[in-house]
Design a protein around this ligand. Sequence first.
Ligand SMILES: Nc1nc2c(ncn2[C@@H]2O[C@H](COP(=O)(O)OP(=O)(O)OP(=O)(O)O)[C@@H](O)[C@H]2O)c(=O)[nH]1
Length: 444
Amino acid sequence: MSYSMRRKNLVSELNLMVAGYSGLGKTSFIRTLFGTLKLRSGPGSLKNKASAAQMASGTSTPTTEPTSPSATTSGGLGTKANGTKDSVGYATGELERTLNSFEALFEIEESAEKINLTLVDTPGFLGSDEVVDAHCDEIIAYLEYQFDLTLAEERKVRRNPKATDNQIHACLYFIDHSSTRPGLSAADIRILQRLGTRVNLIPVLSRADTLTRAQTKKLKQAILKDAALHQIQFFQFLSPKLAKKLLQQQGGTEDHEQKKKRNSRPGPGDDEEAEENGEGEEEEEEDDEDEDEDEWDPETLEEKAHLQSLAPFTVIAKEEDVEIKDKQGKPVQGREFPWGVLNCFDSDHCDLSSLRSALLSSHRQELKEITFGYFYEKYRTEKLLARTKSQHLQFQQQQLQSAGSTASLNNNNKTALLKNGGTLTPKESMLSVGSGSIVGPWEE
Ligand SMILES: Nc1nc2c(ncn2[C@@H]2O[C@H](COP(=O)(O)OP(=O)(O)OP(=O)(O)O)[C@@H](O)[C@H]2O)c(=O)[nH]1
């Protein structure tokens, strides 16, 4: 099945994950987002999608079947959260610390489109570097497990046309801004560098009601600077190539700074766009022969540029257990202060509204395409190469062992013959060596 055909199967699903240090508001974010969802068929139910997909894959043999990370890690990802809550219960019940990851599944309607939305809440990072790194291993194992499910499905002779897309299309990474030094902590850098190899990363500054405008600006700049310094690739709403296109459309010219930015490390989206837009390797050609230039209308590019300028996105979660009303007496998801009411979805207060529409609507398909076309393909290639390498090593070992046993067999024969007073003819010696040798694939 071609990539374009396969990706049609991915249309109705969107799987998002939240990750970051403990207490930064990840669960609160999910609950605030939940408050804006239009549920399709009543409450969504708790489903461990990973194991559901595993069961749906039917009769494949254990050797091709991926192993759920939950089977190997205690309280790890892919497990049901503390027992009985369903997705709506998770999004509306008492706010608790997340101890086990939770996959909340909602069947929603967004801009007249039906979406199966899964929000994966992960336990917050906490503790020593070793504990944090082990926790990061679990998240990576979870992400890779979703790829393994796709890989197992793709290998089948008869693929299940109803197989669900379990891949995580974006990870919203919550950055702690309580430290005195603005920017990314050493642990954030380590985690982001690793997660960035497996998933679209979207940086988030939560609890933004505790930040002034000047602090927010300084923080955003510091985070982006640290990310660039440490080769952390955040999802690009507007890739350098599209930024250039936007400038061309606006009739502007690049100044030195913009040129420097544009020449920064290319990201996953770049390749996709380059491919889709028919852009060649030569920049000269790329400028002259951009056939699909009209595909990106100025409004879309401007929206992309706006989103790119917002990242890292500030978010504010609603206040729990309090009914908040705005000045007009209309109920809002917000927080009330002595000096006024803060509305989580007011763009003057934070970036949550823009982030929501990018995830659920404007960039949903792009996130999925990059997940499938870049992250999954990269994982698949790595895995197949590793397997070929290990098979090759195994084969070499077998060959050595076999050569060793043949040599010892020959020595034994020789000893026996000599003991019996016999002699070893060249023909016999050749035969005995020949019968013990391995026929390699190169000899077939
Ligand atoms: N002021 C303020 N407080 C917030 C905001 N979001 C969450 N909180 C509070 O922060 C605390 C932690 O929120 P959680 O949503 O449980 O944080 P978490 O990241 O899921 O924490 P773990 O489960 O430990 O990973 C709670 O007391 C929330 O009420 C926010 O936007 N502003």
